[in-house]
Design a protein around this ligand. Structure first.
Ligand code: MN3
Length: 264
């Protein structure tokens, strides 16, 4: 949420776009990717929580009873065991986390710090879980977050002449320490920046270029989006939607859809 909203507002607020166009293109492109990342995190949470409780009928007395001992039991009361913009201690994400100073150098420094800190937190989150869905999601985000670290380091280098990429990786641990990252890195995902538009943000390549600071492979811009995957369509929420209790006959919808030539 922080990276998405920080870069989104910095893009909206960006002044002097004519002179500083490549930097605007860079921040806007990364904001686009961050939208996809909150989607990935949400689906991972929803997948992890699917099946953690059963429907509230006999022989399952108190199917949500365990939630009374959960650190964040409100989450189980107020949601269908799904994602929310809050942290692990139920602190809600708010707009107070947006940094948009109006000074490009300061904003880029902030963004570099934000990506490096997020990388450190992801590594610790990885070490808290063993579930393959959670580890896969963290592994993917480590690789893509690493691209953003490099992108902001390159931007600061261009703007100031300071060799920021010499700091990379921050923290020192390489993505290679995490087995889930290897397939993404071997397909080049650690050195590709996407613009999420074929026609806009054309100047981003004047910043995102040269060798990757860790393995020396060339940094590359793709004008467009990475290939997506179908979003999981999960079962209805257990406690509030017992099948049939709402009187909806799923076969009726299927028959009506078939008449209209709609296939599911
Ligand atoms: Mn990022």
């Amino acid at each position: 949420m922080s990276t998405l909203m920080n870069y989104t507002y910095q893009s909206f607020n960006f002044r002097g776009r004519k002179r500083l166009r490549p930097f605007y293109d860079l921040i806007y492109s990364i904001a686009g990717e961050e939208y996809g990342h909150i989607e990935v995190v949400s689906y991972a949470i929803n997948l992890l929580l699917t099946g953690t409780t059963k429907r509230g009928f006999d022989p399952e007395p108190g199917p949500l009873k365990k939630a009374t001992d959960a650190r964040n039991s409100r989450h189980f009361i107020a949601s269908g065991q799904a994602s929310f913009p809050m942290d692990s201690m139920r602190d809600w994400w708010t707009g107070q986390n947006v940094f948009s100073s109006g000074n490009l150098k300061l904003d880029l420094l902030h963004n570099f710090f934000l990506e490096c800190a997020a990388r450190a937190n992801k590594m610790r989150a990885y070490e808290m879980v063993t579930d393959p869905t959670a580890r896969e999601m963290v592994g993917y985000l480590l690789v893509r977050g690493g691209v953003h670290v490099v992108a902001y380091a390159r931007a600061l280098e261009q703007l100031t002449g300071v060799a920021v990429t010499k700091l990379v990786p921050v923290p020192d641990l390489s993505n290679k320490a995490f087995p889930e990252t290897r397939k993404y890195e071997s397909s080049g995902l650690h050195r590709i920046l996407y613009t999420f538009s074929q026609n806009d943000y054309q100047q981003v390549g004047s910043i995102f270029n040269g060798p990757h600071p860790e393995d020396g492979q060339p940094l590359e811009v793709i004008f467009g989006s990475p290939e997506g995957v179908p979003a999981p369509d999960l079962e209805e929420e257990p406690q509030l939607n017992a099948p049939g209790s709402d009187g909806i006959d799923p076969d009726m919808f299927a028959a009506a859809a078939a008449k209209m030539g709609i296939k599911f």
